[in-house]
Unconditional design. Structure first.
Ligand SMILES: [Ca+2]
Ligand SMILES: [Ca+2]
Ligand SMILES: [Ca+2]
Ligand SMILES: [Ca+2]
Length: 335
């Protein structure tokens, strides 16, 4: 049994949680896709490593006792996939847990359960009440996220690796009302970031692979027509990360990734209508572990649905499957 120490970023209290990692892996051993299985195990491990968690923690780190160091207590690596020497192949979808942040600022992680849905939630940290936007990032292209970018209400932007204290990578990001890392869009293999400002302009920041990002470049204007923008990996089968965006009429649009820093998305194509029945759309990668990235949708009643990816640009999603019956509206942020 592996003991994972979870530390509260807001105080000196320490939490201990046991996580039977070996048992978890054993439970998943029936899965045929070895690579996906290892990624799944890594995603489950990451849930218990979100821990130290917030920009607030980073800002006040000098004022409080040092939390129990996760690195010393955790015998599994903080980046599970790379520790196994697993590298992503083209078209191989990322596998990550889904995270939910509730109003008090607690974060819960839901790893894929290996049978098409999500596992029970694991408390992964607190103090996230000041976080407005968050998105997972895979720095080493092994198919598992290594941490997250987050924007606070005052516009600070931070990167935090799993189990590590977030550090500041900039300020003034209160101008953005949306932030998504859809995967590697251009440049080096590390995941990149897009953010939309109040005027509707979309910007791209390339990730350096260490949590830091380069100078922003404008993608284009007019993105204020969308009330949801998300993505995590390739939806169209070409190995390049894509995004989807929902407009005010409930139409969902696909923007294929091009791999170009200067023009990272192709002209949009229509996926379908009726998507305004959902109050959240989010992708964290492949949930049913078939190698294709998927889309998660939450309806206004708090139920959760999975749209499994097809790998086809013409019809990127299969009909929905319900993976959560109720209660998901407790989260003000899903990432
Ligand atoms: Ca990784
Ligand atoms: Ca990149
Ligand atoms: Ca693609
Ligand atoms: Ca899938």
């Amino acid at each position: 049994m592996v003991i994972l120490w979870l530390a509260s970023p807001r105080g000196a209290s320490h939490f201990c949680r046991s996580f039977r990692w070996e048992n978890y892996v054993a439970e998943l051993s029936g899965l045929k896709r070895g690579r996906a299985r290892i990624r799944l195990a890594a995603a489950a491990t990451a849930v218990a490593l979100l821990v130290t968690g917030t920009a607030a923690g980073a800002a006040s780190a000098a004022d409080r006792p040092t939390p129990a160091p996760a690195a010393n207590a955790v015998s599994t690596p903080s980046s599970g996939g790379s520790a196994f020497g697993i590298q992503a192949e083209p078209g191989d979808a990322p596998v990550n847990a889904l995270y939910g942040v509730n109003s008090p600022g607690d974060v819960y992680g839901y790893p894929p359960n290996g049978s098409g849905g999500l596992d029970s939630r694991i408390w992964s940290g607190d103090g996230w009440d000041i976080i407005k936007h968050a998105t997972q990032v895979d720095n080493d292209a092994d198919g598992n996220s290594d941490g997250f970018w987050q924007i606070t209400g005052t516009g600070g932007v931070y990167y935090g690796g799993w189990g590590q204290q977030p550090f500041s990578i900039g300020s003034g990001w209160h101008i953005y009302n949306k932030m998504v890392s859809p995967g590697n869009l251009a440049g080096g293999v590390a995941d990149d970031l897009i953010a939309r400002d109040g005027s509707g302009a979309l910007w791209i920041y390339l990730g350096y692979g260490n949590g830091k990002v380069n100078t922003r470049k404008k993608v284009g204007g007019g993105w204020q027509i969308y009330n949801q923008i998300t993505g995590k990996g390739d939806l169209t089968g070409d190995g390049k990360a894509d995004i989807v965006a929902r407009d005010g009429s409930g139409t969902l649009w696909l923007y294929k990734g091009t791999g170009s820093h200067s023009a990272p998305f192709a002209t949009r194509t229509r996926i379908g209508t009726g998507w305004n029945q959902f109050n959240a759309l989010v992708s964290v990668g492949d949930i049913d572990i078939d190698g294709r990235t998927d889309l998660i949708a939450r309806d206004t009643l708090g139920a959760l649905y999975l749209y499994k990816g097809t790998g086809s640009a013409a019809a990127p999603f299969k009909p929905r499957v319900k993976i959560g019956t109720s209660g998901w509206n407790t989260y003000r942020l899903l990432f």
